[in-house]
Design a protein around this ligand. Sequence first.
Ligand code: PLP
Length: 389
Amino acid sequence: MNQTIYLDNNATTRPAPEVIEVMQPFLHELWGNPSSMHDFGGRVRKHVEEARAQVAQLIGADASEILFTSCGTESNNTAIRGAVEAAGDRPHVITTRVEHPAVLEPCRWLKQQGCRLTELEVDHLGRLNPEDLSRQLSTGGRAVVSVMWANNETGVVYPVPQLAEMVKLAGGIMHTDAVQAAGKLPLDVRRVPVDLMTISGHKLHAPKGIGALYIRRGTRLRPLLLGGHQENGRRGGTENVPYIIGLGRACALAAQHMRAGTARMATLRDRLQAGILASCPDTQVNGDETRRLPNTLNISFHYVEGEAILYHLSDLGICASSGSACAAGSLEPSHVIRAMGVPFTAVHGSIRFSLSRYTTEAEIDYVLEHLPGIIQKLRAMSPFARPAG
Ligand code: PLP
C-alpha cells in the first residue's frame, strides 16, 4: 500500500507547491535580516511587507494590523494574555467549553492568576446560546472574550459577528480563533467588530510554524515575547522570513480558491456523509449540520472504538482522526464531544474526516467502498453490547 488518502486537513494541510516555490529564494539568496539597515536586508523587508498585505487582504484588514507569530497557539496566547494584561484590572475572561486547548489553557492559567473565568456551555449540536454571553457580559466589569469562529473537531461555525457586536456594546475586548475558518469561510474584519483574530499557516496550505494575529488598530496588547523591536515592538525575535513569505502566498491562494474550492469541498463532504449514512446503520453526525465548515464531517459509529476504525483505515492509506485520545491506557472522549453530551455508545466511535481543496471524488469513493466493511467487521467483534432487534 503506498497511496495516501489524506482526510485529516483540520490537523494539518499539505503545503501548496506554489507556497514552497515562493519560499525558496528566502532560504538561498535573500537570507538577509529584514531589520538590517543595509539594502540586502531592506530587500527582504519589502517582501515581508508584501506578505503582510496578502494576509491582511484575506480578512479585510490593513497590513499594519497583522502581527506574524510562530503558530496559532502563540497568536491565541498573545491575544488573550496580552489583552488581559493590558486591561490591568483582572478582567472577566469569557470563553466556551469547546475551544481548542490553545485558548482554554491560557484562559485557565489566567484564572489561576486571579481572573474570573466563564466557560460557556454548548447544546447537543455544539451550538452556543448568545443569551448566555449576554448574561455574562451584564454581570459587570470589563470582559475579554474569546470564541472560536469554527470548531476544529465538529466544524460547527459560531455566530462570531453577533457575539462581537454584543461584546463591543458592553465595552469588552473580542478575540476569535479563526484557525479553522481562515481560507474556508469569507472573513472580513471591516464587517465584524472583532479586536483580535488568530490564523495558523499550516491549516491553509502553508508550512507548520507560522501564524498571524490580526490586531485592530487601537487595541491595547502587552507583547508575549519581550525582546527586540521587531513587528513594531509587538513581538521580539527576528522574523521567520521564508515562512512569512509562504503564509502570504497561502493566503493569496486561499482567497483565489475560496468560492470554487469550498463549494467543491462541501459537495464531496456531503457525498461522503450521505454514502456513510446509507451504508452504515447506527451512525450519527455530530454537530450542527446547518452551520458547519464546508470540509468537516464528524460522525459517530455506535458500538465501535474510533481508534480501531482509524487503525483499519490507516492500513488502507486513509488518514482521519478520532474524537478521543488514548491517555494512560484509557480512551478519553474529547472535551468537545463530551461538552455536547453525545451518548456513551457513540462517544467512543467518533471519527473526523476533514477535506481540502486537493481532495478528489475518487478518494471519497475509495473510503465509501471500504468503510462499511470495516465497521461491520468491528461490530461483529465489539466489546460494546448492541441491543438486540
Ligand atoms: N486553534 C484551533 C481551532 C486549531 O484547530 C489549532 C490546531 O489544531 C490551533 C488553534 C493551534 O494552531 P497551531 O498548531 O498553529 O499552534
